[in-house]
Design a protein around this ligand. Structure first.
Ligand SMILES: Cc1cc2nc3c(=O)[nH]c(=O)nc-3n(C[C@H](O)[C@H](O)[C@H](O)COP(=O)(O)OP(=O)(O)OC[C@H]3O[C@@H](n4cnc5c(N)ncnc54)[C@H](O)[C@@H]3O)c2cc1C
Length: 354
């Protein structure tokens, strides 16, 4: 039985490693655009130079799992079409292509491997006193601004977003804003409507513009068009519409997991990708054993945002991801964050989800 996994991020590698453990006789191949596993939650560290954020994909996969380097253009009727024209047959398919970025022209995206590499080079070339603008008020924006401000104290760093640290609330949010202030990040609550690399400015919705030598796009939005291009039913964001067992409602041979799956009540995150990948593999294993599968349950624990290498804030949530008042911060928060980041990669390599 041929099982293909498209995308070797957190969800894809976890699914592949679990498939060979749980689905006897499965011949598993992972298709990914590059022979590396990109540790996406460390891309802001790649930008600032505090981590590389990639390792050989082979080191993340169990023996016996095939790797095919390539970009999938279409999946239909049990066949994958790769860029360049090659095709691969499958009996079951796991779509784990993650999410994408849509940077404004004139900005450099943080949320892709290539973008983070360009941002790192551009940042390294900036002289002391230069102005960096990080666009995006969510967790990625906060993590990028604090990481850059901590590593490059000689630069001026600004964070712009409609509402800053908006993934947190109450005292946890206050803590994140205090950390940004401590690192001397200028905070601007506004929406960036344009950026001119040539004339070195960003334009704001409220009118006016701000000078900048480098604008980093720290917003993750949308998903790759593969599912839509394949004729699968997708939601407004392009995510695969799935049944309670994480199967595409268009084609039951196809599971969708991680950022690219439209599961009600979920958000982009490793805490979504890992459990979904594990659950989908267990569904397939049960179905093949003529056992009743179980619907996917939400089970969030918290939202953890790094604030440089020595500080982080972890706000606890209920299982449905609604925010609780409780949080951790400071060095304890930073240690918890590092533990979570390592655990995500470890779980993917072992095929387990906590
Ligand atoms: C800077 C940054 C910090 C973050 N921090 C956190 C955090 O602290 N906590 C958290 O929970 N989340 C965080 N996230 C979000 C988290 O990284 C994602 O939610 C997570 O990576 C999703 O996992 P995934 O496996 O679904 O997708 P990804 O990890 O994005 O992997 C998708 C894979 O699919 C591949 N792919 C895409 N299209 C194709 C195609 N057509 N053919 C073949 N392969 C394809 C991609 O190249 C990639 O390898 C952060 C994101 C960023 C950018």
């Amino acid at each position: 039985m041929k099982v293909l996994v498209v995308g070797a991020g957190y969800a894809g590698t976890l699914a592949a490693n679990r498939l060979v453990k749980k689905v006897k006789g499965a011949e598993v191949t992972v298709v990914n655009p590059r022979p590396e596993f990109v540790e996406r939650v460390r891309l802001h560290q790649r930008v600032a130079g505090s981590a590389e954020a990639a390792r050989p994909l082979r080191s993340m996969l169990r023996d016996g799992i095939g790797i095919r380097v390539g970009e999938v253009e279409k999946a239909s009727e049990g066949t994958l079409l790769l860029a360049g024209g090659d095709t691969l047959r499958y009996d079951h398919l796991f779509l784990a292509v993650g999410s994408s970025v849509r940077p404004l022209p004139g900005t450099v995206p943080v949320g892709t491997w290539e973008g983070a590499g360009r941002a790192r080079a551009a940042l390294a070339a900036l002289p002391a006193g230069a102005q960096v603008t990080v666009v995006g008020g969510g967790a990625t924006g906060v993590e990028t601004a604090t990481e850059v401000a901590e590593r490059r104290r000689d630069l001026r760093v600004r964070l712009v977003g409609e509402r800053l640290a908006d993934s947190l609330s109450g005292r946890a949010r206050d803590r994140a804003l205090a950390a940004l202030n401590r690192l001397r990040v200028d905070l601007v609550e506004d929406v960036v409507t344009g950026a001119g690399a040539a004339n070195g400015e960003i334009r704001l919705r409220s009118g006016g513009s701000l000078p900048t030598d480098l604008a980093l796009w720290a917003v993750v939005s949308g998903v790759p068009s593969l599912a839509a291009d394949s004729g699968l039913e997708v939601d407004a964001a392009g995510r695969v519409v799935v049944d309670p067992y994480l199967r595409s409602v268009t084609d039951g041979r196809i599971f969708a997991v991680g950022d690219c799956a439209a599961v009600p009540g979920t958000r982009f995150g490793c805490q979504t990708a890992g459990p979904q990948a594990a659950h989908a593999v267990d569904v397939l294993a049960r179905l093949l054993a003529d056992r009743e599968p179980e619907p996917y349950p939400l089970r969030y624990v918290g939202r953890c945002v790094s604030l440089g290498r020595r500080d982080a804030v972890m706000q606890f949530t209920r299982r449905d991801d609604s925010l609780r008042d409780a949080h951790l911060g400071g060095r304890t928060g930073a240690r918890v964050k590092e533990f979570i980041v390592r655990s995500a990669a470890f779980g993917s390599r072992k095929g387990i989800s906590g």
